[in-house]
Design a binder for this molecule. Structure first.
Ligand code: ADP
Length: 556
């Protein structure tokens, strides 16, 4: 059942009573009038959703009552009761706004369904009208939301609202951050140039009341004391008949208020019809959502810009820091090379016999200088590991691994270790920085040599799957306990303090390996058992010719 407030106008008291009772039983609210003039007086006093009117009454034609009612409220719909029906009269009634006919004598079921149907139709018409009224608001908000200019959006939304509501003057006020004040974001018909921007307290007077009210607040200016300034003086002019104050509210917060003034004639009747009120409510909600979205978007944009700026600053700082470290490391290289060279000369006896008690300290100088060189080289390599992809090339790891093995053969022999290689031919090419990947192989081999006691062996293997090349360096050395296996890839992490003393090293080798491998889109992992040995495996994507072509095209 559609809800509705119904006025029944008929000069026959029995029909009046019967119709009223049956509609009340159906759940409607009714008022009655037993003459045309009485009906008009009722229509002027309050809004109705539906008029049930007898066409033939002694004092007035029922259709004249309907026309008068529609002048007051264009949303009024009607069911006419008639004793005789001609086509002309029916057309006339339809044109006057009737949506249903009941022929006398009528049965009550027939009457009730005519009323139900007219109200249902009215509701559908209104839903459609409301939807149509919302469309321009949505269009404007969609078009302007991303500009991030809330006030420009407010101006356009107010223009649309004025068109949709036929208001004569209008103000759109927004709550400021304190939520204690409303400030003017847009106005219409108010001679804006001549005055300062309006600011009104949000908790006082009609504004405070309107912001709290669940529904738009409507004032009949002709029957009310003139509104207090500044809103009163701005919105109320001699030709003003009614005012509406619409809170702009989303489900979560109130963002402002709309003040609209209507001239006499457009909306004679105050308060407005239920339908106009609900349209104002809907518009208020839509405008609030549009403004709030734009505000959130603007805030988000600002935050993104600030974050991007902070990130840029951070990058610049990183760049400067890296540059500084690189410069210092380069500066350390030459003096360190000299220290090492002289220490080696001394140790070899070329510069004269070294006495027995000097042998130990000299050995320490030599070892520490080597550790330092290792550290400096690794630091430089880490800083260089993010090489530009534009410098990458397609190449085979086979040759690179063979060279690395050959380079450490002498050290392996001296340390009593056997080197094996297990390379499946042919291994597909990969795409990357050959110098950096050589560093990966060298560091893995150096660790294997360092952490494998004499008598052990080291096996380097190369194989491939469909998409990746796999390099494995396996040793039969001291192994790594499970709790250290993740952390050894962190910069400066060494399994324990004494390890460094026993084995030397800087704790940077594996960190460097990880950075280089990941920069190549690969993965490095360790599989190890304490006391039994470790296998480090590196997976690298196979470089296809098409990738090289892509690369060339992006470089062009
Ligand atoms: P370092 O310069 O100390 O070798 P790495 O980053 O290369 O630095 O290695 C970190 C730590 O991981 C080493 O100090 C060592 O404790 C452990 N580690 C690395 N490779 C091996 C290996 N093959 N066998 C046993 N332990 C290893």
């Amino acid at each position: 059942m559609a809800e509705g407030h119904i006025l029944i106008v008929d000069d026959e008291p029995q029909i009046l009573q019967l119709c009223s009772e049956v509609l009340i039983q159906e759940g409607y609210q009714t008022q009655t009038a037993d003459s045309g003039r009485g009906g008009i007086a009722r229509l002027e006093a309050e809004p109705f959703d539906l008029l049930v009117v007898d066409i033939k009454m002694p004092d007035m034609d029922g259709l004249a009552v309907l026309r008068h009612g529609r002048d007051l409220d264009p949303d009024l719909t009607a069911v006419v009761i008639t004793g005789y029906a001609t086509l002309d009269r029916a057309i006339e009634a339809l044109q006057a706004g009737a949506r249903g006919f009941v022929l006398k004598p009528f049965n009550l079921d027939e009457f009730v369904s005519a009323v139900d149907e007219a109200l249902r139709q009215r509701q559908k018409d209104q839903e459609w009208l409301h939807l149509k009224a919302q469309m321009p608001i949505m269009e404007v908000s969609q078009a302007l939301m991303k500009d991030g200019d809330v006030e420009a959006l407010a101006v356009r939304l107010l223009e649309v609202t004025v068109r949709q509501t036929n208001a004569q003057r209008a103000l759109l006020l927004l709550l400021d951050e304190s939520a204690h004040w409303l400030y003017e974001a847009a106005s219409f018909g108010l001679a804006a140039k001549a005055r300062n921007r309006l600011r009104v307290p949000a908790e006082q007077g009609i504004v405070g009341k309107a912001l709290q009210a669940p529904q738009p607040l409507v004032l009949d200016v002709s029957s009310q004391a003139v509104l207090e300034p500044p809103l009163g003086t701005l919105l109320v002019k001699p030709d003003t008949a009614a005012l509406a104050f619409v809170p702009l509210r989303t489900r979560k917060k109130t963002v402002g208020m709309l003040g609209l003034s209507y001239p006499a004639g457009a909306r004679k009747q105050a308060p407005f019809s239920r339908s106009s009120l609900s349209l104002l409510s809907i518009l208020g909600g839509q405008i609030a959502i549009a403004l709030e979205n734009a505000r959130m978007y603007a805030t988000e944009q600002q935050r993104t810009t600030e974050l991007a700026r902070a990130l840029e600053q951070q990058r610049e700082l990183d760049r400067l820091k890296n540059e500084f470290i690189r410069n210092v490391s380069h500066e350390l290289r030459t003096p360190l090379a000299m220290v090492l060279a002289y220490a080696e000369l001394l140790a070899s006896g070329t510069l004269g016999q070294v006495q027995a008690e000097q042998q130990g300290p000299l050995e320490i100088i030599l070892q520490r200088a080597l550790v330092l060189r290792d550290l400096v080289e690794n630091v430089i390599s880490i800083l260089d590991s993010q090489s530009h992809k534009s410098e990458w090339e397609l190449f085979s790891l086979t040759e690179l691994v063979s060279d690395a093995l050959a380079a450490c053969q002498a050290l392996a022999d001296r340390s009593g270790l056997v080197l094996h290689s297990d390379i499946a031919e042919p291994v597909p090419q990969i795409r990357g920085d050959a110098k950096h990947l050589r560093k990966v192989v060298d560091n893995l081999l150096a660790n294997a040599l360092k952490f494998t006691p004499a008598g052990g062996s080291i096996t380097v293997s190369l194989s491939n799957s469909e998409e990746q090349v796999v390099l494995r360096v396996a040793d039969t050395g001291i192994g790594i306990a499970p709790e250290h296996q993740e952390r050894i890839f962190e910069r400066f992490y060494q399994v324990d303090g004494s390890t460094q003393r026993r084995y030397g090293g800087s704790g940077l080798g594996l960190a460097l390996i990880k950075e280089i491998v990941e920069a190549h889109g690969g993965v490095v992992k360790v599989d190890s058992r304490l006391g039994q040995g470790s296998t480090f495996a590196v997976w690298l994507p196979i470089g296809t010719p098409s990738q090289a072509a892509d690369l060339n095209s992006t470089m062009r």
